[in-house]
Design a protein around this ligand. Sequence first.
Ligand code: UDP
Ligand code: MG
Length: 312
Amino acid sequence: MDLSIVIPLYNEAESLPELKAWIDASLKGFTYEILFIDDGSTDGSWKVIQKMDDPAVHGIRFRRNYGKSAALFEGFAAAQGDIVVTMDADLQDSPEEIPKMVRMIREDGYDLVSGWKKHRKDNTFTKNLPSKLYNWTARKVTGIKLHDMNCGLKAYRAEVVKNIEVYGEMHRYIPYLAKNAGFTKIGEKPVHHQKRKFGTSKFGMDRFVHGFLDLMSLWFLSRFGGKPMHFFGASGILMFLVGFVMTVCIVVNKLVHQANGLKYRAVTDQPLFYLALLAVVLGVMLFLAGFIGEMIARSSTERNTYQVKERF
Ligand code: UDP
Ligand code: MG
């Protein structure tokens, strides 16, 4: 099979019939399956999917709402096509872009092609501007040059989605997950974007706060997840050094004053003393965090995260 179209959805009943027809019209000449993952909808979306009556359509229904990442993960596990395409169910993403994205994977050798909503049809202040800032930060942290990391419309070589694990709210950073798994040929394609026709957006402004925190976590995990002591130990040593230098200053200063018979403040009367104390205590705490981190890393079932690409 050429393609698996993976569609996470949460209360999108009105959009689904139109979406299905649009996909069918756009994918002439491909063999494909459509996987609808109903993420706990309460508006009858599941009934609409059941009624489609097409062997190419498969439905997976969650018992309650778990979030887009869980829905994508489930869809990725079930997908059987050579290329896996994800898109939103709300008719904002155009399936007409899919053949071009597929061509980039097949002919230009991309592992992953992300859509780029170049002319985005959402609210300027709540979505478009924060999204620009968010994508700039994401580019700096991940080193992946994408304008629109979180675009719902993406195409992947099947190998990619079978070798990454989307969890929590990490669907925003799938290209980063892919890069960390060694799939480095990541491209983008400007795609048409429509205004939301039915229903409402499922994500509020908190997406930017959560998105930023998740980015920090991913950055930390990808660099130090398997060796936390390298992070905590290094910052611990730095703290110790700072504390040590301050202590030496205090002691030397006192000795010099004493030797010259000058008046000198008590050590505990100086701000520097407390700063030195704080630095040393922080240093100890950082080391402790490092040791605990190492113990957690060692007992994790995922302590060996490498993946073999080929053997003979
Ligand atoms: N979605 C989902 N589970 C959720 C929230 C959203 O499956 O908990 C789906 C939603 O139905 C849509 C896609 O994820 O198909 C993108 O959501 P939305 O259109 O609300 O996001 P926006 O376009 O506003 O970024
Ligand atoms: Mg949308």
